[in-house]
Write a protein that binds this ligand. Structure first.
Ligand SMILES: O=C(O)CCC(=O)C(=O)O
Length: 345
């Protein structure tokens, strides 16, 4: 295979076949700094006849193969700006709230005991395995499963231990409003072979004063190592400026945001957690087919109603589908976080 480029024009010749490719400037940087990734991505593009895949725009119904191309590029470029995850904090500390507000996420120390992590896994494993066999695959994505939880058995105990005993509610209420609802509650699993996700926020960031982000806590139900595709979070991107840039994934400005924004991988210990502002750019990583292991995260999210409202809307203002809140529908707008003591009793 021969690859030639003159300024921004590029061609690849494979045997007798010559292909012209169009690409944004940042691909030169990927080629120079991460040639293996460059080739892997472009070979795929060439042989699947998706020559324009790396310049596909978001939002839109991306095919899984296109998502993989975008995600691989984003992974390569963000890897250069990776920093170690900060030491974990206790949720009730003012520093934890400050980190969440200024950096868009915070790393939390043990908020679920090993025993409860194991009990929750026992509780959900049949549902996860059933979903993994087809029906519950998340957004059609390979090997990612989402199971919403009812407040019963080990799931109820989990909510009580995190929110109450270990004071996660203090942090969620401090970040959201005092009348915030528990708006998402379930278990997310990525299995070996799961693809990397494109970098995304969970909700929009317009800068409107009334805007209310969702604060999501991911608790690791087992240790998460680099082979299992930890969540990658881009520091301080919960801003309208970052969102404006990120809404044009093909631009050089977006590539430069990815290359220059420090990011962390949430390699969590069992029972430890990250809480993030839904506007923070992030992505679940690839769970490696050979060295990966099942990565299960409990998620609990809180959101306050907009100013002047007492309830949440029927679906959150997301930038990409699916739009629904990840909670059993009968709980929507019913569970106030500050009343954790009642609904987990
Ligand atoms: O898999 C993860 O760590 C992140 C999941 C996520 O961001 C999502 O499903 O929107």
């Amino acid at each position: 295979m021969v690859w030639k480029r003159r300024q921004k024009k590029c061609s690849i010749t494979v045997g007798q076949k010559k292909e012209r490719l169009a690409f944004a400037k940042h691909w030169l940087k990927v080629y120079e700094e991460e040639p293996e990734i460059f080739w892997a991505v472009w070979e795929q593009a060439l042989f699947t006849d998706e020559k324009s895949a790396p310049i596909v725009t978001e939002p839109g119904p991306l095919r899984e193969s296109q998502r993989v191309i975008i995600s691989d590029f984003e992974h390569a470029i963000t890897t250069n700006a990776r920093i170690p995850i900060p030491p974990p904090l206790e949720p009730q500390l003012p520093q934890a709230l400050e980190a969440l507000q200024t950096q868009g996420f915070v790393h939390l120390t043990q908020i679920l005991s090993h025993e409860t992590c194991d009990a929750l896994w026992e509780h959900v494993q049949d549902a996860v395995n059933t979903a993994a066999s087809g029906a519950g695959l998340l957004g059609g994505a390979k090997a990612r499963v989402d199971v919403k939880l009812k407040l019963e058995g080990a799931a109820k105990l989990t909510a009580r231990e995190t929110l109450g005993t270990n004071q996660l509610a203090t942090l969620l209420l401090g970040a959201a409003t005092d009348d915030a609802y528990l708006c998402e509650f379930g278990v997310l699993c990525s299995l070996p072979g799961a693809n990397r996700q494109p970098v995304h926020p969970d909700t929009v960031c317009t800068g409107r004063r009334a805007e209310r982000p969702i604060y999501t806590c991911f608790v690791a139900l087992q240790d998460v190592d680099v082979h299992m595709g930890p969540t990658r979070l881009l520091v301080g991107t919960n801003t309208p400026e970052a969102h404006k840039i990120a809404s044009n994934v093909t631009s050089d400005e977006y590539a430069s945001l990815l290359a220059n924004t420090p990011n962390v991988d949430a390699t969590l210990k069992k029972g430890h957690a990250v809480v993030f502002d839904s506007r923070t750019l992030h992505a679940g990583g690839a769970n490696e087919a050979n060295e990966g292991r099942r990565r299960c995260l409990l998620y609990l999210s809180a959101q306050g109603p907009e100013e002047g409202c007492t309830k949440l809307p029927t679906s959150p203002e997301r930038r990409t589908p699916p739009n629904a809140y990840s909670i059993v529908p009968e709980y929507h707008n019913k569970l106030k976080v500050r009343e954790w003591n009642v609904f987990t009793a």
